[in-house]
Design a protein around this ligand. Structure first.
Ligand code: AP5
Ligand code: MG
Length: 189
């Protein structure tokens, strides 16, 4: 399997570049943000609980997202591989992912970390907020809180993969196809 973690702050382009990876490597895209928004749209109990945290730009509890990923891995055991987008976001999530993959004799191939300056992130998200319908894109304070959550709780996950020799830094500024081609080089296959 080819198992890629696509990493980076809010607005770095994880979702955009995942579309390219799905096409290029026939991988299954697992975005915990998309899965949570799906739960909210369906009005499930999990969605209701997650919504109040997501609307503020806070992370939802580890147990919630780990459970969702576990279900998806179990349901797609014959996949060519996965792109993890927006997961793992904490060290306990990264440890849980390693252990889930290990149970299937699999592991993470590489983490691609998209680097984009904060000013550019805010600009992209406010622009998208005009018509995305995402409640966490509308208000600059919420966007700043999402970036703060990334800096204080999530950024350390890159070191977790660096220690395993799996971290690849990608310049996330440029055209979408330039960045896609850097990602392809970073994956090296
Ligand atoms: P999530 O849905 O993961 O959102 P995010 O990380 O905040 O990131 P975005 O989806 O906003 O950005 P992206 O990097 O995917 O960029 P995109 O390609 O869209 O999480 C939302 C919330 O869910 C969290 O705040 C948290 O509450 C909860 N959550 C999710 N996962 C969790 C977890 N594991 N643990 C705990 N809580 C969790 O691009 C952004 C914009 O920029 C788009 O408009 C795009 O068109 C544009 N763009 C893309 N590339 C370029 C480019 N090269 N140049 C110019 N514009 C570009
Ligand atoms: Mg996204």
């Amino acid at each position: 399997m080819l198992n890629i973690v696509l990493f980076g702050p809010p607005g770095a382009g994880k979702g955009t570049q995942s579309a390219f990876l799905v096409e290029e490597y026939k991988l299954i895209h697992l975005s915990t943000g998309d899965l949570l928004r799906g739960e909210i749209a369906e009005g499930t109990e999990l969605g209701l609980k997650a919504k109040s945290l997501m609307d503020k730009g806070d992370l939802v509890p580890d147990s919630v997202v780990i459970g969702m990923i576990e279900n998806k891995l179990t349901a797609n055991q014959n996949a060519a591989g996965f792109i993890f987008d927006g997961f793992p976001r904490t060290i306990p999530q990264a440890e849980a992912l390693d252990s889930l993959l290990n149970q299937h004799g699999e592991s993470i191939t590489a983490m691609l970390s998209l680097q984009v300056p904060e000013e550019e992130l805010v600009k992209r998200l406010l622009l998208r907020g005009k018509d995305s319908g995402r409640s966490d894109d509308k208000d600059e304070n919420i966007i700043h809180n999402r970036i703060r959550e990334y800096n204080t709780k999530t950024a350390a996950v890159a070191s977790y993969y660096d220690t395993q020799g799996k971290l690849v830094i990608i310049n996330g500024v440029g055209t979408i196809s330039q960045i896609a081609s850097s990602i392809k080089n970073g994956i090296g296959q």
